[in-house]
Design a protein around this ligand. Structure first.
Ligand code: 8IG
Length: 286
C-alpha cells in the first residue's frame, strides 16, 4: 500500500495518512500537499515549477498575471522560510499553454530542517503534475568577468553537502541533471548566456578563500547553498531540470571585498525583473 502510494502520485487513499515507515513518509506528505493545493485553489495540476531565489518577487511579477497565491503554511509539510527576503508563497501563473507554479522562498539545507524539507516543494509540484522544474538561485561567481547581475546556466553540479534526498540504495543516473535541451532553448533566447558548474556548500557561512580556490580547482564556476538537492529530487521523479544562477558577488577572497548578506540580496533584487523576463520566454518555448 505505501509503495503504491509513493508511485501512484495522486492516489486518494493516502489522504489522512499521518504516519508510516519513515522512508516513504515524505513522499506521502508531498502527495497530500498536492491534493490540498488542488482543494484550495481548484487548479488541478501544474506543468512547470519555478523556484525563485532570495527575495525575487519582481521576477515572479515579470512572469505574468497571478491566478492565485497562497502561503505555503496552508499545505502539509511546508515550513515558513527562516531567511529575510524569502517570502514562503506559492503563486500560479499561466504562460502560453503552461500552468506555472512559482515557489517564492525556499527552505535551505543550512536551516537544519532536514533534506526532506528542502525538497518538499519540488516533490509536491511533481505530485501535482509538474514535468519541468526550473531552479534559480543567487550565487558567488568564480570568474571575475561574471559581474554581479550575470545569469549563468547550470550545466552540472558538485554536491558538497554530504546529503541526498534519496532514501536507501536508489542508484539514479545523474549524467544529465540539467537538461541539455532546456539549456539550448535558453540560449536561443539569450545567445550570450554562459554555462557553469554549480558547487553547493552546506552554508550558511560563506566560503573561506581556500574553499573558493578548492571549488575552482575541482571544476566549479559558481558557489552556492541550494539547488543541487532540489535537482536530485526532481530527477528522481523524472522531471527535467533547468538551473539558472544569478551571480551576485565574487567568491570570497577573489577580490578585496568582504561579503555582506544585505548587499548580496540587493544585487539579486536588482536583476530579478530581467531574470523573470528570461524565464517567461524560456517557458513559452518549452
Ligand atoms: I548570493 O559567495 C550567494 N550565495 N556558498 N557563496 C555561497 N553561497 C552564496 C554566495 C557565495 N553568494
Amino acid at each position: 500500500f505505501f509503495f503504491q502510494a509513493e508511485d501512484g502520485i495522486r492516489d486518494s487513499s493516502v489522504t489522512g495518512v499521518q504516519t508510516c515507515a519513515l522512508p516513504i513518509y515524505p513522499y506521502l506528505l508531498a502527495n497530500q500537499a498536492a491534493q490540498k493545493l488542488t482543494e484550495i485553489t481548484k487548479v488541478s495540476s501544474h506543468d512547470v515549477l519555478v523556484v525563485l531565489g532570495s527575495g525575487w518577487t519582481p521576477a515572479a511579477d515579470a512572469l505574468g498575471k497571478t491566478d492565485f497565491e497562497i502561503n505555503v503554511d496552508l499545505l502539509p509539510g511546508f515550513s515558513p522560510p527562516a531567511v529575510a527576503g524569502h517570502s514562503g508563497k506559492l503563486r500560479s501563473t499561466k504562460i502560453g499553454n503552461k500552468q506555472v507554479l512559482i515557489q517564492m522562498g525556499r527552505t535551505h539545507y543550512y536551516e537544519g530542517k532536514g533534506v526532506d524539507s528542502v525538497v518538499h516543494a519540488v516533490r509536491t509540484a511533481i505530485s501535482h503534475g509538474v514535468k519541468t522544474v526550473i531552479l534559480t538561485n543567487a550565487c558567488g561567481g568564480l570568474h571575475l568577468e561574471w559581474k554581479p547581475g550575470t545569469p549563468v546556466l547550470i550545466k552540472d553540479h558538485i554536491n558538497l553537502t554530504g546529503a541526498t534526498p534519496l532514501k536507501g540504495a536508489k542508484f539514479i543516473d545523474l549524467s544529465e541533471v540539467y537538461s541539455k535541451n532546456l539549456r539550448e532553448i535558453a540560449k536561443t533566447i539569450d545567445p550570450d548566456l554562459q554555462e557553469g558548474v554549480y558547487v553547493q556548500f552546506h552554508g550558511p557561512q560563506y566560503e573561506t578563500p581556500a574553499e573558493v580556490l578548492m571549488a575552482k580547482k575541482i571544476g566549479g564556476d559558481m558557489v552556492g547553498m541550494s539547488t543541487s538537492l532540489e535537482a536530485i529530487a526532481a530527477r528522481e521523479k523524472g522531471a527535467q531540470v533547468l538551473g539558472i544562477s544569478l551571480v551576485t558577488n565574487p567568491g570570497a577572497g577573489l577580490t578585496n571585498e568582504k561579503l555582506n548578506h544585505e548587499e548580496v540580496l540587493a544585487a539579486g533584487l536588482a536583476s530579478a525583473t530581467r531574470m523573470g523576463e528570461l524565464l517567461k520566454k524560456v517557458i513559452e518555448k518549452i
